[in-house]
Design a protein around this ligand. Structure first.
Ligand code: ADP
Length: 552
């Protein structure tokens, strides 16, 4: 009977559990894991910083509907990935982080890169464990996967001591495991479905909010059918964009403030009443707001404000139940209602206002015109990765998404630095789709080395850097007679040269024509490209009644 190492058993277990590819950064003691993974026929994407591996793993899991995985070295390698664990938990995205650690016989002796890794991971994961016998690795991987994808998804952590990675055991002594079934799709109680519909029917100003929980649940067909059946106005959360295409006539995103402030009954589909929805509280919402809440996690129901009609279950299943109930007893929101007409009219007005910004000849350019050029050039099924402060906020209103899980951004944690890892995963999981990573210059600064990863792995990501010379705003020139303002970065940095260093194609654009030409050319290239768009250091978004982050 053949002998297998812990690394080989781990690789086979990952394959069995449906991990398509491993993102990682090699070094002691995980090298053998990456080799074993390649021998199993899986793709290994070696990145330049552990954060990118772990961000990529969670984006892969979110997009492939199962799980993504990353492998990092012990000590600093593992701690570099902890922020990404927190981000996956905050976003409710499934991922497995594997880290090498000290061999068990050397623990607590000051071993190379020794660290309390399981303890460090714990606050940021749903489950954390350590392999202590190579024969039990399949069991641990299956346990990790069950926790990551079951119920509300999240991060899990598997600690792999060096001697367990290298340890050899007889193949027939290994406790092999079957593939963990995909998560069940629990339905809501029939009475709750009826109650939710009654609550909706009693509303004068109803609003549907579509969150990224609906996207993860792959509920796009059901949610679209529901909106079409009921004629209800809806508002996508940033990563809920595309579950229903942004150009759907009932989309009232452009009238967001008014919609939130005046709705009397909101139906949350896989979206939490957290800071992104202003906690469901005045002044952003009515104080007599009534809530219908669909979530897989019962503990989320009523988490900030009371929920009148809870729907605990999977978004795809429960939206299917609602549609079936509407088939049996059809109901449509009053066609000529003042509420819907006023929201749609306001949305139209805002779109017209934006049209002025889209044509602006202002030089240096602001945000709106180059964003619109990008939006017009992107195919409908493009995957759009986006981060930055103004860049992300403004892009949310300009760049449309038409498919579910086609927009990845700084998310619930507002984490800067996620973009490069997300973009790598987006292109690996969707090799035939156009992936555009729009990065504010400050956000890009967290992980520019991943451009090399994209070039090396022939991932044709189009990186677009919106360069305003700083965080929030920059300056045209640094005044050396004074302290440098804290948010200022080197003016007019030539970020496109970064990709040129690795053999990719770079563009530097200062005018709308140059932006248009660069995007057109970049989309024809086989490899990765980087477009550096110089915008006004003081460019701003148009005035808003409430900022996105409103302090109470
Ligand atoms: P957004 O930021 O888009 O508003 P959130 O991340 O706040 O979305 O909320 C997502 C919600 O979706 C979480 O509360 C999570 O429990 C829930 N969720 C996750 N998976 C499912 C599912 N399969 N069905 C329904 N809800 C889900």
């Amino acid at each position: 009977m053949a002998e297998l190492s812990g690394a080989q058993i781990l690789a086979k277990s990952l394959k069995t559990q449906g991990v398509g590819e491993l993102f990682g950064l090699v070094g002691l003691p995980i090298g053998p894991i990456t080799v074993a993974v390649q021998r199993e026929g899986m793709r290994y994407i070696g990145v330049r910083h552990e954060q990118a591996a772990a961000y990529a793993a969670q984006a892969a899991g979110y997009m492939n509907g199962r799980i993504g995985a990353a492998a990092v070295v012990s000590g600093p390698g593992m701690t570099n990935a902890i922020t990404a664990l927190g981000n996956a938990e905050a976003n409710c995205w499934p991922m497995l982080l594997i880290a090498g650690s000290s061999s068990t016989e050397l623990m607590e002796r000051g071993d190379f890169q020794e660290a309390p890794q399981v303890q460090a991971a714990k606050p940021f994961v749903k489950w954390a464990g350590q392999a202590q016998d190579p024969r039990l690795i399949p069991h641990l991987v299956a346990t990790a996967v069950r926790h990551a994808i079951g119920g509300r998804p999240g991060a899990v952590y598997l600690d792999m001591p060096g001697n367990i990675i290298d340890g050899k055991v007889e193949e027939d002594e290994v406790r092999w495991m079957e593939r963990v079934p995909d998560p069940p799709r629990p339905e809501a109680a029939d009475g709750d479905v009826a109650q939710a519909l009654e609550t909706l029917k009693s509303a004068s100003n109803p609003l549907v909010v579509v969150g990224k929980g609906a996207a993860w649940a792959q509920a796009e067909n059901e949610v679209r059918e529901f909106i079409d059946k009921t004629g209800l106005p809806f508002l996508p959360m940033p990563m809920g964009k595309g579950v229903v295409p942004d150009d759907h006539p009932m989309n009232v995103s452009a009238a967001r403030t008014n919609a939130l402030k005046n709705t009397d009954v909101v139906f949350l589909i896989g979206a939490r009443m957290n800071w992104m929805l202003h906690f469901g509280l005045p002044p952003r919402w009515r104080d007599d707001l009534r809530v219908i809440q669909l979530d897989i996690d019962a503990a989320e129901i009523g988490s900030s404000v009371p929920t009148e009609a809870p729907l605990v279950g999977d978004a795809q299943a429960v939206m299917g139940q609602l549609n079936a109930a509407l088939d049996a007893d059809p109901w449509q929101f009053e066609d000529g209602s003042e509420w819907r007409a006023s929201l749609l009219a306001e949305a139209e007005r805002k779109r017209e206002q934006n049209a002025g910004f889209y044509q602006s000849d202002e030089m240096p350019m602001g945000y709106y015109r180059p964003l619109k050029i990008l939006d017009d050039a992107m195919p409908r099924d493009a995957i759009f990765v986006c981060e930055g402060e103004n860049t992300m906020g403004i892009a949310r209103t300009v760049i449309n998404s038409y498919e579910a899980r086609a927009r990845l951004d700084a998310g619930t944690w507002g984490t800067m630095g996620v973009g490069p890892g997300f973009a790598l995963a987006a292109q690996v999981v969707n090799p035939d789709k156009r992936v555009v990573a729009l990065e504010g210059d400050a956000a890009f600064g967290f992980g520019p080395a991943e451009v090399e990863t994209a070039v090396r792995h022939e991932l044709p990501i189009t990186w677009v850097i919106f360069n305003n010379n700083g965080i929030g705003e920059g300056v045209e020139e640094i005044d050396r007679s004074k302290p440098i303002p804290p948010g200022v970065m080197t003016p007019n940095a030539r970020y496109e040269k970064i990709i040129e260093a690795f053999g990719g194609k770079g563009y530097h654009c200062t005018t709308p024509d140059e932006v248009e030409a660069a995007i057109e050319d970049a989309f024809k290239q086989k490899g990765s490209t980087l477009i550096n768009v110089a915008i006004a250091p003081k460019a701003m978004r148009r005035k808003q009644q409430f900022g996105w982050l409103t302090r109470h």
